[in-house]
Design a protein around this ligand. Structure first.
Ligand SMILES: NC(=O)c1ccc[n+]([C@@H]2O[C@H](COP(=O)([O-])OP(=O)(O)OC[C@H]3O[C@@H](n4cnc5c(N)ncnc54)[C@H](O)[C@@H]3O)[C@@H](O)[C@H]2O)c1
Length: 380
């Protein structure tokens, strides 16, 4: 990965990442969305552009983004999907394929995803499958999508049997992560992204040890504690720094292990239980809320296994408490259903499941821990 910073006008850090022979340009910083037209030109995009946008993000940002796409250069169409995970369905996928077919899209043409992680997941799956691959550019509008979902080339839709059960690896040609877009994100939704930042804080040393990621002078965990104590202002330069660090971490992890066979597993910290909570709770918990609960329960298991001092678990819980994120499994949730759901998890290997557990101290994880399926009750 190469990177450089420009300090002319808005600060935009340009990162290039190559994984599975696809080069992804990542622009991070205030004003990154203004690079959309130039980015499409750089990737040699065809005339047709579908802007797949999510309702709430569209209300605030669609007009602005469309103004970046001159009509003399592009024939732009839009398709608005509902907020949340409901758009990650076969129904919406078919509607997108129909839209592309009716408007004569071909393989040089592009889908621009404008919204949170559910839209980048849906857009990625549609772009990967229509004519076996259109250009994909992601403009993530939620904190969670900026630090995690838009990066790394995984996409998925949900099936009635569970979350993310159908998907592909398909890398976007570009990601424009513009923190100005976060100004309109409701507080609770912003905090959902904090749960994913917490995940990065808890894996940082392990990632630095096993990839080319270089830590800054201060651990991400400490920066996160500080910005949470200060009320998590998206205009705080420290928050911008956190977003860039998380993106870099994910890019380096994915470059090392694009197909999720080894190091990339670290990104699943909190997700085994998290995904089950989302599915069993019919998505009443947001992805970040569910991941936060999953992280606490993974850390509790680590404490029980004497892998982590209890005081470190308390620091994790303190961040979630201040972010007003849940830490416990909702009272009425059936533990049997959660366990049954986790038994179907993609990380299951025979009668064991690979879990990621904090190991020794905050920042370090054991990403090769195998829990017997019969012991899944220990996680709930
Ligand atoms: N592919 C991956 O690697 C990956 C990684 C993590 C999460 N995910 C997926 O991402 C999804 C969660 O992403 P999410 O938390 O962004 O949820 P989301 O996409 O459902 O968006 C959450 C809410 O925020 C609103 N919103 C987004 N941007 C806004 C803006 N700028 N202003 C106002 N409102 C805005 C949305 O409309 C929506 O209501 C889940 O489906 C999860 O499975 C994928």
């Amino acid at each position: 990965m190469r990177h450089k910073s420009r300090h002319k006008g808005p600060v935009i850090t340009m990162l290039w990442n190559t994984a599975l022979e696809v080069k992804t340009r990542v622009a991070v910083g205030a004003g990154a969305r203004t690079k959309l037209s130039g980015t499409l030109a750089q990737i040699g995009a065809g005339k047709h552009v579908l802007v797949l946008c999510q309702h709430s993000a569209a209300v605030h940002w669609l007009r602005d983004v469309l103004s970046q796409l001159p009509s003399e250069d592009y024939q732009v169409t839009t398709l608005e999907v509902p907020d949340g995970d409901t758009c990650k369905s076969t129904d919406w996928l078919i509607r997108i394929w129909d839209h592309l077919q009716e408007r004569g899209f071909n393989r040089q043409d592009s889908i621009v995803a404008l919204g949170g992680g559910s839209v980048s997941d849906l857009a990625g799956f549609a772009a990967a499958t229509y004519m076996r691959g259109l250009n994909l550019v992601v403009v993530p509008t939620s904190l969670l999508a900026q630090v995690d979902a838009s990066i790394g080339g995984k996409n998925a839709i949900n099936l009635p049997q569970g979350k993310n059960l159908a998907g592909t690896f398909y890398f976007p040609k570009a990601v424009l992560a513009d923190q100005e877009l976060l100004a309109t994100v409701p507080k609770a939704q912003l905090m959902s992204g904090v749960a994913e930042i917490l995940k990065y804080a808890l894996i940082e040393e392990t990632v630095a040890k096993h990839s080319d990621y270089e830590r800054g002078p201060k651990p991400i965990f400490e920066i996160l504690e500080s910005v949470i104590n200060d009320g998590f202002d998206v205009e705080d330069p420290q928050v911008a720094g956190l977003i860039t660090s998380c993106i870099k971490m994910k890019l380096f992890v994915v470059a090392r292990d694009p197909r999720d066979t080894n190091l990339r597993r670290v990104l699943n910290l909190g997700h085994t239980l998290g995904h089950a909570l989302e599915s069993v709770g019919e998505f009443k918990l947001s992805h970040g809320e569910a991941v936060g609960v999953g992280i606490v329960h993974a850390a509790k298991l680590a404490v029980a296994q004497k892998k982590l001092p209890k005081s470190e678990l308390e620091r994790i819980k303190d961040i979630l408490f201040k972010a007003e994120l849940p830490m416990e499994i909702p009272a009425k949730t059936s533990k049997e259903k959660l366990i049954a759901c986790m038994e179907l998890d993609k990380k299951r290997e025979g009668d064991k499941i690979k879990l990621i557990l904090p190991d020794g101290k905050l920042g370090t994880v054991d990403y090769d821990y195998s829990l017997p399926i019969s012991d899944l009750g220990k996680l709930v």
